[in-house]
Design a protein around this ligand. Structure first.
Ligand SMILES: [Zn+2]
Length: 211
């Protein structure tokens, strides 16, 4: 990359410093480029003159690659990577989220049955709700809805799911756990249940998928 060339998604400055011009967008007060090009500043308006291919933004139905950055009870937050291959260039202008199906409220469910008898035993038996992916995982997902503030992502499909993960206990690399559909840490043996992509740890095939 030669000096002075701006790439899609590159930070250009803050909204307070400049007005957003052509081929730029603002997210969270920061201004970014949507194209490969050269930065131009005229009368306080910052634009990027495109020198490359036309760039499109990520939209509904597209497959994306992203990292899990947050995990709340009902929503998993995903930072989506820009897709940039020889043939395609797509920019994600928003973050993604995976909305989790509602879990049964164990306490309320129990109370309906009458006295609290046996409640603690029952509660202990509740399995830990399975999370399809964890913080730090690299995932493939499909854009289900293009919402105002985010992309709603789905992990349904063979290729969709976790493609790379590190152990949450020791940061070691996770391998596929044979026969059980989960992941096992190469270093400490810690296991995790995940929604795993058929392309887990296959960087070449992942690259091919986005070409
Ligand atoms: Zn480990």
């Amino acid at each position: 990359m030669s000096e002075g060339i701006i790439v899609p998604g590159e930070k250009l400055g803050t909204e307070e410093e400049f007005a957003a011009g052509e081929n730029t967008y603002v997210h969270g007060g920061m201004m970014y480029s949507t194209v490969t090009g050269v930065k131009t500043l005229k009368e306080g308006v910052l634009s990027v003159r495109s020198v490359g291919r036309e760039v499109r933004t990520v939209g509904k139905g597209m497959r994306v690659l992203g990292s899990v950055v947050g995990d709340m009870k009902s929503v998993i937050f995903v930072k989506i990577d820009n897709i940039n291959t020889d043939n395609k260039e797509f920019v994600a202008i928003k973050d993604g989220k995976i909305v989790m199906p509602k879990q049964h409220d164990a306490g309320r469910f129990q109370r309906r049955g009458g006295p609290y008898e046996g409640r603690h035993e029952r509660m202990r038996e509740q399995p830990k709700p399975m999370r399809p992916c964890g913080i730090g995982d690299l995932i493939i997902a499909t854009v289900q809805y293009n919402d105002k503030d985010s992309y709603a992502l789905s992990l349904e499909g063979n290729e969709e799911g976790v493609v790379y993960a590190k152990c949450e206990q020791c940061n070691g690399e996770m391998d596929l756990e044979s026969g059980r559909g989960g992941l096992r840490c190469r270093v400490c043996g810690h296991t995790e249940a995940r929604k795993i992509s058929s392309l887990y740890n296959k960087p070449d095939e992942i690259k091919k998928l986005f070409e």
